[in-house]
Design a protein around this ligand. Structure first.
Ligand code: UD1
Ligand code: UDP
Length: 372
């Protein structure tokens, strides 16, 4: 089987790594990087650290408005798919690269598989929510990470669901919805151990274990709304403890344009650094006292590593992390952030909601069984 895998943004490299490895055992993969993320610390470092093969195509699309970026990707992916003629196209998550890949494939009648299907924040002001809904509704294979994702799809009319621990044993009609577990769990378990030996970030930043907070922000609602961004900066500078803040380029740009960078740079407790590679970031996560984030993937990783998570959003698609008591949603409200940093301590145990760490294997097995 010839599989065209489409990636473009930081979290997609992490999701694609285990799947790509399994695909290449018995199949032929053509890897297409849209170029949505292009800085060394947002792209190349992940290929190197996770051992992802060099993309066969880098479309170099880069940054632009929602419509322009998606349109440019769509046009270029279509050309590649027309010339490569894959048997299947594989897309990940909820970025503009996901949607562009999905649209290009289905319009060419190439079967489409969506990894991380069925997630919903029920907030259509987020571009990711639009990307998820549209991609799911044109996919032939919907690989869900959780039971909640399966339930969301059932509610939207998907009926061909294989779940409840059962594995698909024979050819199934499309679209096929399966709970395979979360591919980010596969990657985090595997590289979490490697990070312990390979990352020197704690020494480099002079950090003691469980003696610092870790923060990231990059969502439009936080970076493009200056009121929200200012409140987050004010809160970060008000903590009585060290806060490590690896900064997404989008956030640096917005902080700089709004005159907020000096406040962070001059703050006694904030260690502002560029975004780091995966191994360093895993190490920072595993040893943090608490994590503050608006990232989807980081909410999950906090849960995997049993680190209390304070989510700087009003909604989340990863509801299990909140239900289990390991994540609290505070938005960008100054007082709520300070209270959560002081008082939020998870009490409950965790269910095994993200699978058993073998999601990639299940995905490739299902695709192989249904190969015709
Ligand atoms: C994108 C995804 C988001 C995902 C995030 C992961 C969409 C709509 N958004 O958001 O779902 O959570 O990636 O990090 O697809 N920039 C650089 N260098 C880079 C990349 C970005 O400078 O390598 C800056 C540019 O100013 C760009 C801005 O970041 O305009 C936003 O980048 P973009 O890829 O459009 O969206 P993200 O916020 O990264
Ligand atoms: N990450 C990283 N370095 C950083 C910040 C995040 O390697 O400086 C990793 C993190 O471990 C997680 C992923 O990037 O696996 C999350 O990506 P991001 O927050 O950009 O996107 P989202 O998950 O919100 O789509």
């Amino acid at each position: 089987m010839k599989v065209a895998s489409i990636v473009g943004a930081r979290p997609q490299f992490i999701k694609a790594a285990p799947v790509s490895k399994k695909i290449r055992k018995n199949h032929h993969e053509v890897l297409i990087h849209t170029g949505q993320h292009y800085n060394e610390e947002m792209s190349a470092i992940f290929f190197e650290q996770l051992g992802i093969p060099k993309p066969d195509y880098n479309l170099g699309v880069g940054s632009a408005s929602q419509g322009k970026q998606t349109a440019e990707m769509l046009a270029q992916i279509e050309d590649v798919l027309l010339s490569e003629k894959p048997d299947l196209t594989l897309v990940y998550g909820d970025t503009n690269s996901t949607l562009a890949g999905a649209l290009a494939a289905v319009k060419l009648h190439i079967p489409l598989a969506h990894v991380e299907a069925g997630l919903r924040s029920f907030d259509k002001s987020m571009p990711e929510e639009i990307n998820r809904i549209l991609t799911d509704h044109v996919s032939d294979y919907l690989f869900c990470p959780t039971q909640t994702a399966i339930d969301n799809l059932r509610n939207e009319g998907f009926t061909n669901v294989f779940n409840e621990g059962k594995f698909v044993s024979e050819f199934c009609d499309s679209p096929l919805v399966c709970n395979v577990g979360d591919v980010m769990f596969d990657t985090a378990i595997y590289f979490g151990k490697i990070a312990e030996n390979k990352s020197d970030i704690l020494n480099k930043l002079n950090l003691g274990k469980k003696e610092y907070l870790l923060a990231t922000i990059h969502r439009a609602n936080n970076t493009d709304d200056v009121g929200n961004l200012s409140r987050l900066v004010k809160a970060f500078c008000a903590f009585n403890e060290t806060l490590v803040f690896p900064i997404h380029p989008r956030t640096r740009k917005s902080l700089s344009e709004n005159g907020l960078l000096p406040k962070l740079e001059n703050s006694k407790n904030v260690k502002l650094i560029d975004a780091v590679g995966y191994l360093d970031f895993l190490m920072l996560e595993k040893n943090a006292k608490k994590i503050l984030t608006d990232s989807g993937g980081i909410q999950k990783e906090a849960y995997f590593f049993k680190i209390p998570c304070v989510t700087l959003r009003e909604t989340t698609e990863w509801v299990e992390t909140v239900e289990d008591g390991w994540n609290t949603l505070v938005g960008s409200k100054y007082d709520d952030i300070l209270v959560a940093v002081e008082d939020f301590w998870p009490k409950g145990s965790q269910r095994q909601v993200f699978g058993d760490g073998n999601a990639a294997e299940k995905i490739v097995e299902i695709l192989s069984r249904n190969e015709n």
